[in-house]
Design a protein around this ligand. Structure first.
Ligand code: NAD
Ligand code: MG
Length: 312
């Protein structure tokens, strides 16, 4: 089936927004000020105001991932949800992992994947456990029938003003989710991946330009970059590419559920060159590119998507 642009692959939505029309990026999406909106971690996209755009009604696929099998952690919301929707619209079968408390957001994503005629697999569970990380990969491989794309995207971010407020428990959990889990998941995934496969890690501007209130988080995001580069060099001989995306401020529940203090939510994204936060769908084309064969000469790279804040 062709979409209303006249090309593309099997998009059932076909209610193309103006996302593909020329327009001013400054005014394309909401700008601060935003209302304060505290919610408990891990947060829900349905409690966000304004509502984020993950591509539900705006992302159109062009067949770039036809027949691929993808696993995305943190696929229920935010950047992972945008990647999941885009991958399915590009023709991939997609498994998502998330915390059990995020079942509602996850089911919304599974419904959208299935609406594209693709296989959508929901695998809830806490990735701080090594045994679950292995099980996650084997379940995804079993239900998808293989694995071509791994997106290590789940993340924990909790702002603390001072090192004296940062508990060992938080420090440990941030490292478990952001550093250990991608290591465990990737280690298992590589036993199932072959030439042409792609691994994408979600790093951050924090990897290079840490905020004082994100002492633990920023360190983990720097780890993601080193992991990406070292692993890319290691698995190149197998024909597997490894890259990272380094987003700037994106409008996701990670931020309003403790990732930022509420006074920073009010002006979130305002200090970027474009003066607004990114919407998750604006990340999707980068994940699609890195996952696809069009990125055949791209490995060991960290790609910034920051609204003009330089990640280096
Ligand atoms: P998000 O809250 O929508 O996604 C994060 C997801 O991580 C959650 O949905 C949850 O499913 C998952 N997660 C957290 N702890 C988990 C655990 N213990 N077990 C299993 N899953 C767990 O927020 P997001 O902003 O889309 O975050 C996605 C990634 O983007 C994260 O790695 C984050 O560090 C990174 N990032 C976000 C921003 C931003 O401004 N939003 C900027 C740079 C980088
Ligand atoms: Mg979530």
């Amino acid at each position: 089936m062709r979409n209303s642009l006249g090309y593309g692959y099997m998009s059932t939505t076909d209610k193309l927004s103006n996302r593909y029309q020329k327009q001013n990026p400054l005014t394309q999406y909401p700008r601060p000020p935003f209302p304060r909106q505290p919610q408990n971690r891990p947060g829900s996209v349905n409690k966000m105001d304004p509502e984020p755009d993950h591509g539900e009604d705006s992302y159109v696929g062009f067949g770039r991932l036809k027949g691929r099998k993808a696993l995305i952690t943190g696929g229920d919301s935010g950047i992972g949800r945008a990647a999941a929707i885009a991958f399915a619209r590009e023709g991939a079968d997609v498994a998502i992992n998330y915390l059990p408390s995020e079942e509602q957001n996850a089911q919304e994503v599974i419904k959208l994947i299935k609406a594209e005629g693709r296989i959508g697999v929901a695998i809830p569970g806490d990735i701080v456990e090594e045994s679950f990380c292995k099980e996650l990969v084997t379940t995804a491989v079993g239900k998808l029938g293989g694995l071509d794309i791994l997106v290590n995207n789940a993340g924990r971010q909790t702002a603390q003003k001072s090192i004296s407020d940062l508990t060992t428990e938080q420090f440990d959990n941030t490292f478990k989710v952001n550093v250990y889990a991608p290591f465990w998941i990737t280690k298992e995934a590589l036993t199932h991946m072959g030439a042409g496969a792609s691994i994408i890690n979600t790093a951050s501007v924090q990897s290079f330009d840490p905020s004082s209130s994100l002492l633990d988080y920023a360190q983990t995001k720097a780890c993601n970059v080193a992991f990406t580069k070292a692993l890319a060099a290691q698995v190149a001989e197998k024909g597997i590419r490894v890259n990272a995306v380094a987003p700037g401020p994106f409008w996701t529940p990670l931020q309003s559920s403790g990732g930022q203090p509420q006074d920073k939510i009010e002006k979130f994204g305002g200090s970027t060159t474009l003066g607004r936060p990114g919407q998750p769908v604006e990340c999707a084309p980068l994940y699609v590119l890195l996952a696809s064969q069009e990125a055949s000469y791209i490995t060991g790279e960290v790609m910034g998507i920051t609204g003009g804040e330089m990640p280096y």
